[in-house]
Design a protein around this ligand. Structure first.
Ligand SMILES: Cc1cc2nc3c(=O)[nH]c(=O)nc-3n(C[C@H](O)[C@H](O)[C@H](O)COP(=O)(O)OP(=O)(O)OC[C@H]3O[C@@H](n4cnc5c(N)ncnc54)[C@H](O)[C@@H]3O)c2cc1C
Length: 431
């Protein structure tokens, strides 16, 4: 087919680019609205993806699109909380979701993304979305009342025209619409992650064995996420500057950091990697405008800050369905998105992300982290912070003012040490 011609076999009203959580949830939601949807995904599924720890707040999004029961039946590891440890083992803080201020946010799942993403995409397909795998979008250009989109697959390239596009291509820079060029000023230093899956990581028995473990080390942290009975996803997050200064391979950098921590040595002493190490760097950014007349960005395509509070998949699923609602409303009214709707969507997504941004900033600040780790938090604050850690970023008044008080305590700690920092324990002997 020549470039510029419209396909006859498909006449989608919305093209969803990318079959990750944002794309699948957007597609499922669009089908609930009765729109014809085409999802194109450049990879073959199942495929490895990082982002394995989910948040309880995401359950309601999955329930709304009718996918929650399938995820519950998917054999994923139940996650009832998060544990934060200091590297020297001197302090631990357990956040149990069931103790949160907001009811109904008791648990989530730790997932192998290969399986989770395939399950969500299958769900969108089961609702009637057409899905084309191993098909990449090469370009998206305005064309009259829609977009001219070039798709590339093993069988060749073809061009389609569609009235609406939801770009859920994740962090992939391959497809750069005008919308994606402008970025907000970077909120955090350039960080990177080195990670793989392990067998043999020490685990607590019972439900707590499903918790995510976060071990804070000098200048960064480790995650340990149990993704099934045997395997645990383990990764280190550090600054690009610290990694470069160390002059080591990613794998050696990882192992040296483990060896320098009492807690990590205890957890990973008998563990062996089940695959090679992956590296992802410079992942903190947010696009300035997240929507224009007929194109909306969802999930990581819109922005992502940091993995520390496991907010990525929740933000992807939630923004995917929110984008779909926006498109469906305008489509039903036979009009494009208004500038006000575009601004409103950008503002709403950034307000949600902004709550996590503040929490992330607190985690990386030594003084604020002392407050976060403190066990003697006033009883009116702890449940609110638990709910926010569970992903409840839509702050009600009750959560909003408590979060403000928490952030105020974090600032006060800088000057007055209202919380006593724990005494550091010695690092283990090398070798
Ligand atoms: C180190 C690290 C650790 C993380 N840990 C967590 C965690 O524990 N919990 C959590 O919730 N989040 C985590 N995240 C974030 C999480 O990975 C993302 O937020 C999430 O995957 C975003 O989903 P998405 O659907 O927007 O994008 P993706 O999941 O990346 O999906 C995008 C899809 O689009 C496809 N695609 C890209 N370009 C094209 C194209 N041109 N044509 C067709 N298809 C295309 C890709 O192949 C991909 O399948 C982590 C991120 C990092 C960097």
């Amino acid at each position: 087919m020549s470039a510029g011609a419209m396909t006859t076999e498909t006449n989608p009203e919305v093209l969803v680019i990318g079959g990750g959580p944002a794309g699948s949830c957007a597609a499922a939601r669009l089908r609930q609205h009765g729109l014809r949807v085409l999802v194109v995904e450049k990879c073959a599924f199942p495929r490895f993806h990082i982002g394995e720890s989910l948040l309880p707040a995401g359950n309601s999004v999955l329930a709304e699109i009718g996918a929650l029961e399938k995820i519950k039946g998917g054999g994923f590891v139940p996650k009832y909380g998060a544990e934060f440890h200091r590297a020297d083992g001197s302090a631990t803080k357990k956040v149990l979701f069931s103790r949160g201020h907001v009811p109904g946010l008791d648990s989530a799942f730790q997932v192998e993304r290969a399986r989770f993403d395939a399950l969500l995409l299958d769900h969108a397909r089961s609702l009637g979305a057409e899905v084309r795998m191993e098909t990449a979008v090469r370009s998206v250009d305005r064309d009259g009342a829609g977009y001219r989109v070039v798709l590339a697959a093993a069988s060749g390239a073809r061009t389609i025209t569609v009235p609406w596009v939801i770009d859920s291509t994740g962090r992939d820079p391959g497809l750069m619409s005008d919308q994606k060029r402008a970025l907000e000023p970077a909120p955090f230093p350039k960080r990177m992650a080195v990670y793989t899956h392990f067998h043999g990581v020490a685990r607590t028995e019972g439900p707590e064995g499903g918790n995510i473990l976060v071990v804070r080390i000098e200048g960064g942290w480790f995650w340990l996420i149990p993704i099934d009975a045997e395997r645990t996803s383990v990764g280190i997050v550090t600054t690009v500057a610290a990694f470069r200064a160390a002059g080591q391979t990613p794998e050696n950098y990882f192992h040296q950091a483990v060896a320098g921590s009492v807690k990590l040595t205890e957890l990973l002493g008998r563990a062996t990697p089940t695959m090679g190490f992956h590296v992802t760097s410079d992942y903190s950014y947010f696009r300035r405008e997240l929507a224009q007349e007929r194109l909306v960005l969802a999930g990581d395509a819109a922005g992502f800050f940091d993995p520390i509070f496991s907010s990525g998949v929740y933000m992807a699923t939630w923004s995917g369905t929110t984008a779909a609602d926006l498109v469906a409303r305008a489509h039903a009214a036979g009009r494009t998105l208004t500038p006000r709707e575009c601004r409103g969507y950008s503002r709403t997504v950034k307000r949600h992300a902004g709550v996590f941004q503040k929490l992330i900033a607190a985690f990386y600040d030594d003084d604020a982290f002392d407050v976060f780790m403190c066990e003697q938090v006033p009883s009116y604050l702890a449940p609110a912070i638990t709910s926010i850690v569970a992903g409840h970023a839509n702050l009600t008044w009750g959560l909003w003012w408590r979060f403000k008080v928490f952030l105020l305590f974090c600032r006060m700690q800088r000057h007055w040490k209202i919380v006593k920092p724990p005494t550091a324990k010695a690092a283990p002997m090398a070798g």
